[in-house]
Design a protein around this ligand. Sequence first.
Ligand code: CA
Length: 421
Amino acid sequence: MLNKNLKSWIEVDANSDFSIHNIPFGIYKDNKVKHRACSAIGEYIIDLVELADAGFLSVDKSILEQQFLNEFISLGKPSTNAVRAKIIDLLSNDSDPVAAELKTNKELFNKIFKKQVSVTMLLPVRVGDYTDFYSSIDHATNIGTMIRDPKNALMSNWKHIPVGYHGRASSICVSGHSFHRPKGQQKPADSELPVYGPAKLLDIELETAFIIGKQTQMGDSVSTSNADDYIFGMVLFNDWSARDIQTWEYVPLGPFLAKNFASTVSPWIITLEALEPFRTKGYTQDPKVLPYLEYKGDRNLDIKLDVFLKPEKGEENHICSSNYKYMYWTMEQQLAHHTVNGCNINVGDMMASGTISGPDPKEYGSMMELTWRGTKPITLKDGSERKFVNDNDTIIMKGYCEKDGIKIGFGECVAKVLPAK
Ligand code: CA
């Protein structure tokens, strides 16, 4: 499905996340623009309002000037895919009259294409509801081994249900933000009673999230075979977690204050259509799943994921390489399960994967696993050690797909931890 001959007349570095095969959607601002829909090519953002003004897009301009992409996404895949196809056509075919005009008219070019470094990317969607799954078998096995029983690391439901919980949407922030270390109740092992204070075991969770592109009504269910019609695209997701708060509070209803203080998302929504050529086989599901969770074909995705930790005054340290393909449950199965009871979904809802760990210890997607609960600290380039995340540390997540010399990437998902307020 990858058209290797597709090239843009705008020069794109071979290592860029934003090749002509990507064409993601986002919202940007700069000193002139409050918020507008945009796409990206190479080192540029593409202002979709200006592109519409130039007569190249037939989308209502007011929809492209919204604070969020929800209304744009609500136009439906036939419309949004047509916009993406038009942009690809414009950028690849310089015999098109508009492309020819853009190549020679510098003023027009500069109106539509702005350097990514000169703009600020905003949260791409208004997130109505946020759900977090727990779908990486290596992650669930590691956590079960550490906190319960290595012989029965997975709960008896785990291979039958894509386990998940409802998270909190209000504290989902776009890449580039900082937040204060959470405070709360913890119960140290050597203490009879709980104590209150800043979390000591602040952790990351390397995840992706998919964004709902089509709503359903209460009572409706989405099947695995129709799920892709309801998935607009994906972002990187850091589901910040306070392990000491979590350990004390999670029984019996699951995560609460340990996870609702901050989550970080990358600003570009990579469409499912751009990701389609990178489908791959997932883990074999054994035992067999119930019929409503069955699916056909290779529905996993080969997305390479990296995590870096940057101390306040030091350089970036690469701490993890994982891959989305290690997910046991696919997005289609997650969505089918989420709606099997008739739960309705809305455009902009975010559904996160759960921490994505691989089988190798370098592929663990949380500090909890990377340092094995703090027993094997990571040594950084500056000589300091980390068991969990310190104040003033910055965490950077990256993700990309690469095949036959063609690359599409997610950009970055970055956040900095400030001392407790
Ligand atoms: Ca999570």
